[in-house]
Design a protein around this ligand. Structure first.
Ligand code: GLN
Length: 198
Protein backbone atom coordinates (compact mmCIF):
# COMPACT_ATOMS: atom_id res chain seq x y z
CA UNK A 1 0.00 0.00 0.00
CA UNK A 2 1.20 3.48 -0.80
CA UNK A 3 -0.04 6.23 1.50
CA UNK A 4 -0.75 9.60 -0.07
CA UNK A 5 -1.66 12.56 2.13
CA UNK A 6 -3.79 15.46 0.95
CA UNK A 7 -3.18 18.65 2.94
CA UNK A 8 -6.62 19.40 4.34
CA UNK A 9 -6.55 22.99 5.58
CA UNK A 10 -8.70 24.57 2.84
CA UNK A 11 -9.64 23.96 -0.79
CA UNK A 12 -10.30 20.96 -3.01
CA UNK A 13 -9.35 18.20 -0.59
CA UNK A 14 -12.33 15.86 -1.02
CA UNK A 15 -11.94 15.75 -4.81
CA UNK A 16 -8.33 14.53 -4.58
CA UNK A 17 -9.21 11.95 -1.91
CA UNK A 18 -12.05 10.63 -4.04
CA UNK A 19 -9.87 10.17 -7.11
CA UNK A 20 -7.04 8.57 -5.10
CA UNK A 21 -9.52 6.05 -3.70
CA UNK A 22 -10.09 4.77 -7.22
CA UNK A 23 -6.43 3.79 -7.67
CA UNK A 24 -5.68 0.24 -6.50
CA UNK A 25 -2.92 0.01 -3.90
CA UNK A 26 -3.32 3.60 -2.71
CA UNK A 27 -4.47 4.70 0.75
CA UNK A 28 -5.47 8.36 0.70
CA UNK A 29 -5.34 10.34 3.93
CA UNK A 30 -6.48 13.87 4.80
CA UNK A 31 -3.63 15.42 6.80
CA UNK A 32 -3.47 18.56 8.91
CA UNK A 33 -1.42 17.60 11.97
CA UNK A 34 2.34 17.10 12.14
CA UNK A 35 1.95 13.54 13.45
CA UNK A 36 -0.14 12.61 10.41
CA UNK A 37 2.83 13.19 8.09
CA UNK A 38 4.68 10.20 9.54
CA UNK A 39 4.52 7.19 7.25
CA UNK A 40 3.27 9.09 4.22
CA UNK A 41 4.78 8.22 0.82
CA UNK A 42 3.71 11.45 -0.85
CA UNK A 43 1.72 14.63 -0.31
CA UNK A 44 -0.73 16.59 -2.45
CA UNK A 45 -1.20 20.32 -1.86
CA UNK A 46 -4.68 20.99 -3.30
CA UNK A 47 -6.15 23.99 -5.08
CA UNK A 48 -7.93 26.63 -3.09
CA UNK A 49 -6.79 30.04 -1.94
CA UNK A 50 -3.03 30.15 -1.51
CA UNK A 51 -3.02 33.11 0.88
CA UNK A 52 -5.48 31.33 3.18
CA UNK A 53 -3.67 27.98 3.00
CA UNK A 54 -0.36 29.79 3.60
CA UNK A 55 -1.73 31.41 6.77
CA UNK A 56 -3.15 28.10 7.97
CA UNK A 57 0.22 26.41 7.38
CA UNK A 58 1.67 28.88 9.89
CA UNK A 59 -1.18 28.50 12.37
CA UNK A 60 -1.03 24.69 12.23
CA UNK A 61 2.80 24.86 12.37
CA UNK A 62 3.22 22.64 9.34
CA UNK A 63 5.73 24.56 7.25
CA UNK A 64 8.79 23.15 8.95
CA UNK A 65 7.84 19.50 8.51
CA UNK A 66 6.83 19.96 4.86
CA UNK A 67 10.08 21.80 4.03
CA UNK A 68 12.16 19.21 5.89
CA UNK A 69 10.46 16.34 4.11
CA UNK A 70 10.70 18.01 0.69
CA UNK A 71 14.42 18.59 1.18
CA UNK A 72 14.91 14.91 1.97
CA UNK A 73 13.34 13.85 -1.34
CA UNK A 74 9.72 13.32 -0.26
CA UNK A 75 7.35 13.59 -3.29
CA UNK A 76 4.98 16.57 -3.26
CA UNK A 77 2.48 17.60 -5.94
CA UNK A 78 0.94 21.06 -5.87
CA UNK A 79 -2.21 21.69 -7.92
CA UNK A 80 -3.08 25.33 -8.64
CA UNK A 81 -2.91 27.07 -5.21
CA UNK A 82 -0.56 24.19 -4.27
CA UNK A 83 1.77 25.31 -7.07
CA UNK A 84 1.79 28.83 -5.59
CA UNK A 85 2.61 27.41 -2.15
CA UNK A 86 5.66 25.54 -3.49
CA UNK A 87 7.04 28.42 -5.59
CA UNK A 88 10.16 30.35 -4.59
CA UNK A 89 8.78 33.55 -6.13
CA UNK A 90 5.29 34.95 -6.59
CA UNK A 91 4.92 37.91 -8.90
CA UNK A 92 3.81 41.15 -7.26
CA UNK A 93 4.15 39.60 -3.82
CA UNK A 94 7.05 40.10 -1.48
CA UNK A 95 6.84 36.85 0.40
CA UNK A 96 6.54 33.28 -0.78
CA UNK A 97 5.14 30.39 1.26
CA UNK A 98 7.14 27.14 1.32
CA UNK A 99 9.85 28.50 -0.96
CA UNK A 100 10.80 25.05 -2.28
CA UNK A 101 10.62 25.02 -6.07
CA UNK A 102 12.72 27.24 -8.31
CA UNK A 103 9.81 28.79 -10.21
CA UNK A 104 8.20 32.21 -10.39
CA UNK A 105 4.42 32.10 -10.59
CA UNK A 106 1.83 34.66 -11.56
CA UNK A 107 -1.42 34.32 -9.62
CA UNK A 108 -4.80 34.58 -11.37
CA UNK A 109 -2.71 34.80 -14.49
CA UNK A 110 -5.53 34.36 -16.99
CA UNK A 111 -7.36 37.47 -15.74
CA UNK A 112 -11.09 38.00 -15.36
CA UNK A 113 -11.94 37.38 -19.01
CA UNK A 114 -10.69 33.83 -19.00
CA UNK A 115 -11.19 33.13 -15.34
CA UNK A 116 -11.93 29.42 -15.78
CA UNK A 117 -11.65 27.18 -18.81
CA UNK A 118 -11.22 23.57 -19.91
CA UNK A 119 -9.10 22.01 -22.61
CA UNK A 120 -7.30 18.73 -23.37
CA UNK A 121 -3.62 18.19 -24.14
CA UNK A 122 -0.98 15.50 -24.27
CA UNK A 123 1.64 15.88 -21.53
CA UNK A 124 4.37 13.72 -23.13
CA UNK A 125 6.25 12.80 -19.93
CA UNK A 126 3.00 11.78 -18.26
CA UNK A 127 1.04 9.96 -20.98
CA UNK A 128 0.70 9.75 -24.75
CA UNK A 129 -3.07 10.21 -24.42
CA UNK A 130 -4.76 13.59 -24.19
CA UNK A 131 -5.77 14.46 -20.64
CA UNK A 132 -8.51 16.90 -19.61
CA UNK A 133 -7.20 20.14 -18.08
CA UNK A 134 -9.46 22.34 -15.95
CA UNK A 135 -8.21 25.79 -15.02
CA UNK A 136 -9.87 27.86 -12.27
CA UNK A 137 -8.40 31.31 -11.54
CA UNK A 138 -5.17 29.54 -12.29
CA UNK A 139 -1.58 30.66 -11.98
CA UNK A 140 1.04 29.98 -14.62
CA UNK A 141 4.81 29.85 -14.37
CA UNK A 142 6.69 32.86 -15.71
CA UNK A 143 10.22 31.74 -14.94
CA UNK A 144 11.98 28.46 -14.17
CA UNK A 145 15.39 27.72 -12.67
CA UNK A 146 17.90 25.38 -14.34
CA UNK A 147 16.83 22.41 -12.19
CA UNK A 148 13.22 22.63 -13.35
CA UNK A 149 11.81 20.51 -16.16
CA UNK A 150 8.87 22.01 -18.06
CA UNK A 151 6.20 19.35 -18.65
CA UNK A 152 3.58 21.38 -20.50
CA UNK A 153 3.21 24.78 -22.12
CA UNK A 154 -0.14 26.10 -23.23
CA UNK A 155 0.07 28.98 -25.67
CA UNK A 156 3.61 29.63 -24.52
CA UNK A 157 2.77 29.62 -20.79
CA UNK A 158 4.19 26.93 -18.54
CA UNK A 159 1.37 25.12 -16.75
CA UNK A 160 3.09 21.92 -15.53
CA UNK A 161 6.63 21.38 -14.28
CA UNK A 162 8.81 19.14 -12.19
CA UNK A 163 11.90 19.62 -10.06
CA UNK A 164 13.13 16.26 -8.73
CA UNK A 165 10.56 15.19 -6.13
CA UNK A 166 8.32 18.23 -6.70
CA UNK A 167 5.52 18.32 -9.28
CA UNK A 168 3.27 21.29 -10.02
CA UNK A 169 0.23 21.76 -12.25
CA UNK A 170 -1.75 24.99 -12.83
CA UNK A 171 -4.81 22.88 -13.57
CA UNK A 172 -6.98 20.55 -11.47
CA UNK A 173 -6.85 16.87 -12.53
CA UNK A 174 -8.95 16.03 -9.45
CA UNK A 175 -11.96 17.71 -11.06
CA UNK A 176 -12.06 15.40 -14.08
CA UNK A 177 -12.85 11.73 -14.20
CA UNK A 178 -9.37 10.89 -15.44
CA UNK A 179 -6.77 9.25 -13.23
CA UNK A 180 -3.75 9.80 -15.50
CA UNK A 181 -1.96 12.56 -13.60
CA UNK A 182 -2.74 11.04 -10.21
CA UNK A 183 -1.43 7.71 -11.48
CA UNK A 184 1.75 9.46 -12.66
CA UNK A 185 2.29 11.01 -9.22
CA UNK A 186 1.73 7.65 -7.51
CA UNK A 187 4.31 5.96 -9.77
CA UNK A 188 6.74 8.85 -9.17
CA UNK A 189 6.18 8.62 -5.39
CA UNK A 190 6.68 4.81 -5.40
CA UNK A 191 9.96 5.12 -7.34
CA UNK A 192 11.28 7.91 -5.18
CA UNK A 193 10.42 6.11 -1.97
CA UNK A 194 12.27 3.04 -3.23
CA UNK A 195 15.31 5.21 -3.94
CA UNK A 196 15.05 6.81 -0.48
CA UNK A 197 14.91 3.38 1.15
CA UNK A 198 18.07 2.19 -0.63
N1 GLN B 1 -6.34 31.94 -7.46
C1 GLN B 1 -5.98 31.06 -6.39
C2 GLN B 1 -4.78 31.61 -5.61
O1 GLN B 1 -4.17 32.53 -6.04
C3 GLN B 1 -5.68 29.68 -6.91
C4 GLN B 1 -6.91 29.11 -7.55
C5 GLN B 1 -7.09 27.63 -7.40
O2 GLN B 1 -6.39 26.94 -6.66
N2 GLN B 1 -8.08 27.14 -8.10
O3 GLN B 1 -4.47 31.12 -4.58
Amino acid sequence: MIKIGVLSLQGGVAEHLKLLEEIPGVTPLAVKKKEEFEGLDGLILPGGESTTIGKLLNIFELKEIIIKKANSGFPIWGTCAGMILLAKDIEEQEDSHLNLMDITVKRNAYGNQLDSFKTTEVIPKISDKKVPLTFIRAPFITNVGSEVETLLQLEGKIVAAEQDNLLVTSFHPELDQDLTVHQYFITKASKQNLELAN
